[in-house]
Ligand binder design. Structure first.
Ligand code: GLU
Length: 577
């Protein structure tokens, strides 16, 4: 094994010593015959491609790419955070016991010390969004590594250790700070107040690292080396775990308690995938604790009665209908969705076709609905519960789509919460602030919120990694995005653009974003959608024009191979052979 790894290392050194411009240039090739990967950063994509070229599986490539993202996109995701991952296996390879699509939950959990009043201060007031997103209180027990280890056990082909080499190497060599990373460092109000982050992300005089600055991260390289050698347990116990606990306890800003046992007890979960149909396609989505899969499925099912193929993509009517379906889905999301291990989430009822057909009847082509109330799924007694919209500020998170040489696919959305997560840096990586996805105020009008904080609970997410097949179970598309709760709108729009409007995957991704979260219809700033504002207002929409910064990364299957798309709003690309 040692020799094998030594030779892997040599291969890696010779194949992965590329410059940033070489990597970026590869972005022009977005079709492939054998395998493909699409992600938010060229180095991550390139490392995934190397793994695929070696015969690695989609799971292997996603792991290698994710380790690179921990390094080069520290604002978005990493080993200090969590993720949701769908794995598709073509039927010819899958056994009866194994479903074709599996759903892996690596969402952060609340430490045992957490109580529903997590974000209420000693005067009984809500800690402001700005304050609570940084520091110790928002940090959940990271789930990414345990989840990836489970995925690797089930679907890995190359040794675990091999998958860490690209990131270890790049952390030692250094990588150029990208424009997005620079901008986010510059605009962050908290980062410089945390000593370890300050010395890593700023020059000595306190200026943010400039674009192109060669940034090394030897401490992360050592951390990854340890995890590569010993597996995920090297993270969840021993010195790394102790440092995580100590960083959360000893920070100047909202210190909190996480026990070592919170880390050692963390379990990634294999959940029952959400399967719905949309016209002739099968849509596979991630179940709770994310709301993403249920909401996307609801939107699509409610829209089935409208023939979107005949309603132009670039029309007020299509924006109106999709926004209305989104509004209704968000009414249910805000009320019902939470961690199913703590709350009875009526997933089957919410996806029931009769229920959704009745909900869809609320949509009028001629007039916008006001605020929609949550529905009552069939055979379900609605609890005395309050809705919670949540505070989702979409600047971080990342999505990776991969298809390997055997036709397996991975759709993974990975996050550390807001940009740079808690801003707490431990051993070269950022700790998440994902507990801020819990309802900050646990009850309203005497009714508890489904998504209130609780020890051991996973906060509601909006991440929506999605896999689409045809009726026969053959892969059609892999897609997902960051973007806070707008993820739901981004993913639904891209699916409709690709399937109904028959756009290629790149155009589907680039198509202007819009979403309604049961309030205003948000239209992407700087796009032709701005010209629709008046007509939408006449239909009764309240309009908000704003930046809608998706990070959609997807792969579409064609008879002759694969076509990849990478969101022009971010820095990634799609490549393959
Ligand atoms: N905390 C967010 C969620 O889980 C991460 C997604 C994002 O903001 O892009 O929904």
């Amino acid at each position: 094994m040692k020799n094998l790894l030594a030779s892997y290392f040599t291969i890696f050194c010779t194949t992965l010593t590329f410059t940033f411009s070489e990597v970026s240039a590869a972005g022009n090739r977005n079709t492939a015959k054998k395998y493909m990967i699409s992600a938010a950063n060229p180095y991550a994509v390139k490392s995934g491609l190397e793994i695929l070229r070696e015969g690695g599986s989609a799971a292997d490539a996603a792991i290698a790419a994710q380790m690179i993202l921990t390094l080069v996109e520290p604002q978005s995701s990493g080993i200090g955070g969590g993720a949701f991952l769908l794995h598709y296996q073509p039927q010819k390879l899958s056994t009866h016991k194994d479903p074709t699509v599996q759903a892996y939950d690596g969402r952060e959990t609340a430490p045992t010390s957490v109580r529903p009043n997590l974000f209420i201060d000693k005067d009984g007031k809500k800690i402001s969004w700005h304050r609570r997103k940084a520091g110790g209180k928002g940090v959940g027990v990271p789930g990414l590594l345990k989840m990836l280890e489970l995925v690797h056990i089930n679907h890995g082909k190359l040794p675990w250790k091999r998958l860490f080499l690209p990131a270890i190497r790049l952390a030692n060599q250094g990588f150029p700070v990208s424009s997005r990373l620079h901008t986010l460092i510059k605009s962050d109000k908290h980062l410089k107040n945390f000593p370890k982050s300050r010395s890593y992300f700023y020059l000595e005089g306190g200026k943010p690292l400039p674009v192109g600055y060669k940034l090394k991260n030897k401490i992360l390289s050592n951390t990854l080396h340890l995890i590569a050698e010993k597996g995920a347990k090297a993270f969840y116990s021993g010195p790394i775990a102790r440092d995580i606990v100590s960083a959360i306890k000893n920070t100047h800003h909202l210190p909190a308690e996480m026990a070592i046992t919170d880390l050692t007890n963390y379990r990634a979960k294999l959940r029952k995938v959400i399967r719905s149909t949309y016209r002739q396609w099968q849509i596979y989505g991630m179940p709770p604790p994310t709301s993403g899969g249920v909401a996307v499925a609801q939107i699509l099912t409610m829209l089935e009665r409208f023939d979107l193929t005949r309603i132009p993509a670039r029309s007020v009517q299509s924006v109106h209908l999709i926004s209305e379906a989104s509004k209704i889905a968000f009414a249910d999301r805000n009320f019902y969705l939470a961690d199913p291990d703590f709350i009875n989430v009526p997933v089957d009822g919410l996806l029931d076709r009769t229920y959704l057909s009745n909900r869809s009847k609320l949509i009028s082509p001629l007039k916008a609905l006001g605020k929609v109330r949550p529905g009552i799924p069939i055979s379900y007694v609605a609890p005395n519960q309050s809705a919670d919209l949540g505070d989702n500020r979409p600047v971080s998170t990342t999505h990776i789509s991969v298809v390997d040489g055997e036709g397996n696919a991975v759709s993974m959305t990975s996050s550390i919460g807001t940009a740079f997560g808690s801003r707490l840096m431990v051993r070269g990586f950022m700790l998440n602030d994902e507990l801020t996805d819990f309802a900050a105020i646990p009850s309203a009008n005497g009714n508890q919120k489904a998504n209130r904080a609780y020890a051991g609970k996973r906060p509601r997410s909006s991440m929506a990694p999605t896999i689409i097949t045809n009726k026969q179970g053959r892969l059609v598309m892999v897609i997902g995005s960051p973007g806070g709760s707008s993820i739901i709108g981004y993913v639904a729009k891209t699916i409709i653009a690709a399937l109904d409007w028959r756009m290629n995957i790149q155009d589907s991704i680039a198509h202007p974003n819009f979403v309604n979260k049961n309030h205003k219809t948000e239209l992407e700033k700087g796009t032709y959608l701005e010209n629709f504002a008046l007509k939408l207002q006449r239909l009764g929409h309240k309009i908000k024009i704003k930046t809608k910064n998706s990070g959609l990364h997807g792969i579409r299957v064609h008879i002759r191979g694969y076509e990849g798309g990478a969101d022009p709003r971010r820095e990634g690309l799609a490549i393959g052979d």
